[in-house]
Design a protein around this ligand. Structure first.
Ligand SMILES: Cc1cc2nc3c(=O)[nH]c(=O)nc-3n(C[C@H](O)[C@H](O)[C@H](O)COP(=O)(O)OP(=O)(O)OC[C@H]3O[C@@H](n4cnc5c(N)ncnc54)[C@H](O)[C@@H]3O)c2cc1C
Length: 313
C-alpha cells in the first residue's frame, strides 16, 4: 500500500520561487513541505556569477546563492525533501500529489514553483562553455560583455528583445538566423534591422562555439551557399525559447498554449481553489531570480489567506 501524508502547504520546486514561498509559509506556521525535484536549487545552480540579486553587493555564485536560500528556508522550519512530483490530481480537495510514484501527499494548498528550462542548441561546446561566455539570458549576463562583441541565436520576439538589450551594452551583436526570415513580430524585426550595431546573418547555422576556458569565436555555416566562417566574439547567447516545467499538470490546471500556468493578474492564484503558482512556470516575461522570489512570497501569502479563510490554520 502507498504511504499517505496530509500537509497544509505543499511546495513543488526548489528554485528562488519555491524557497521564498517556503520561508514565508514556514514563518506563517503553515509547516510547509517542499520537494526539490531533479534540480535542487533550480536554474541558478547551472550558472556562475549572479550580480543582479539585491543583497549581494559583491555578486555571488549561483549555486552558493541557492545554498543560502535553502539554509534560510530550513532555518525557518520548512521541511525540505528530495523527491519529484510525478503525478497530481487536483479534481477534489484535498489535492493529491504523488512523489516518486510512491508516496501520496494530500495537501490543503499547493504551490507550484517548478520553473522553466531554457532550450539549447545541443552542441557539446555550448554545454562546456555554459557560464563561461555561453548564456541563455541577456538580462542576466549581458552586463559581463560590455564593450565586447557577442552573437545571439534565435528569430522570435524574445531573441529580438535580447538582441536589442545587448546592442545597448556591446559593440556588435551578430544575430544568427537559421532561415531567411524571422518569426518575430514586424515591429520587433524593424527595431533589430534598424539598430546600427546588430548585424543579421540569414540562413546561418551554428556549427560550434570556439574556446577553451572561455568563448573566443563562433563557427557558422550558411546553409544556402555552404560557406563556413568564424566570427570572433566573447559572448554567445541562445534565445530559442524556454519550456515551462508543467507537463505533470497538463489537463489539470489552466495553462497558455506554451504550457505556462495561468495566474489571476496581481496574484498567484490559478483557476483552482488552493493551488497557487510562482516563478518561471507562470512567467514568460521577466524570468529573473528576484521576480521568481517575489512571486514565491505572493504564493505563500495567498496560501496563508486561503487556508486561514477556510479555518484550516
Ligand atoms: C544559465 C542561467 C543564468 C541565469 N542567471 C540569472 C541571473 O544572473 N540573475 C537572475 O535574476 N536570473 C538568472 N537566471 C534566471 C533564473 O535562474 C530564473 O528566473 C529563476 O531560477 C526562476 O526560479 P524558479 O524558482 O521559478 O524556478 P527554477 O529555478 O527553474 O527552479 C525550478 C525548481 O523546480 C523543481 N522541479 C521541476 N519539476 C519538478 C517536479 N515535477 N517535482 C518537484 N520539483 C520539480 C526543479 O528541481 C527546481 O528545483 C538565469 C537562468 C539561467 C538558465
Amino acid at each position: 500500500m502507498e504511504a499517505t501524508e496530509r500537509v497544509h502547504c505543499l511546495i513543488i520546486g526548489s528554485g528562488p520561487a519555491g524557497y521564498t514561498a517556503a520561508i514565508y509559509a514556514a514563518r506563517a506556521n503553515l509547516k510547509p513541505v517542499l520537494y526539490q525535484g531533479i534540480q535542487p536549487g533550480g536554474q541558478l545552480t547551472i550558472t556562475t556569477e549572479v550580480e543582479n540579486y539585491p543583497g549581494y553587493p559583491d555578486g555571488v555564485q549561483g549555486p552558493q546563492m541557492m545554498v543560502d536560500f535553502e539554509k534560510q528556508a530550513a532555518r525557518m522550519g520548512a521541511d525540505i525533501r528530495y523527491g519529484i512530483a510525478t503525478k497530481v490530481d487536483f479534481s477534489s480537495l484535498p489535492h493529491k500529489v504523488w512523489i516518486d510514484d510512491e508516496k501520496l501527499i494530500e495537501a490543503d494548498s499547493v504551490i507550484i514553483s517548478t520553473g522553466a528550462s531554457a532550450k539549447w542548441l545541443g552542441l557539446e561546446s555550448e554545454q562546456r562553455l555554459n557560464g563561461y561566455g555561453v548564456s541563455a539570458c541577456a538580462v542576466c549576463d549581458g552586463f559581463f560583455f560590455r564593450g565586447k562583441e557577442v552573437a545571439i541565436v534565435g528569430a522570435g520576439d524574445t531573441a529580438c528583445e535580447e538582441a536589442i538589450y545587448l546592442s545597448k551594452l556591446c559593440t556588435t551583436v551578430h544575430m544568427l538566423i537559421r532561415k531567411d526570415a524571422m518569426r518575430a513580430s514586424k515591429i520587433m524585426q524593424d527595431r533589430v534591422l534598424k539598430a546600427p550595431n546588430i548585424r543579421v546573418y540569414w540562413n546561418t547555422e551554428t556549427l560550434e562555439i570556439l574556446g577553451d576556458q572561455k568563448v573566443h569565436a563562433v563557427k557558422v555555416k550558411n546553409n544556402q551557399s555552404g560557406e563556413v566562417a568564424e566570427i570572433p566574439i566573447q559572448g554567445f547567447f541562445v534565445a530559442i525559447g524556454h519550456q515551462p516545467n508543467s507537463d505533470i499538470f497538463k489537463g489539470m490546471i489552466e495553462m497558455d498554449e506554451a504550457g505556462y500556468i495561468k495566474t489571476i493578474p496581481g496574484t498567484s492564484k490559478t483557476n483552482l481553489e488552493g493551488v497557487f503558482a510562482a516563478g518561471d512556470v507562470q512567467d514568460k516575461h521577466y524570468r529573473q531570480a528576484v521576480t521568481a522570489a517575489g512571486s514565491g512570497c505572493m504564493a505563500a501569502l495567498d496560501a496563508e489567506r486561503y487556508l486561514s479563510a477556510k479555518g484550516i490554520v
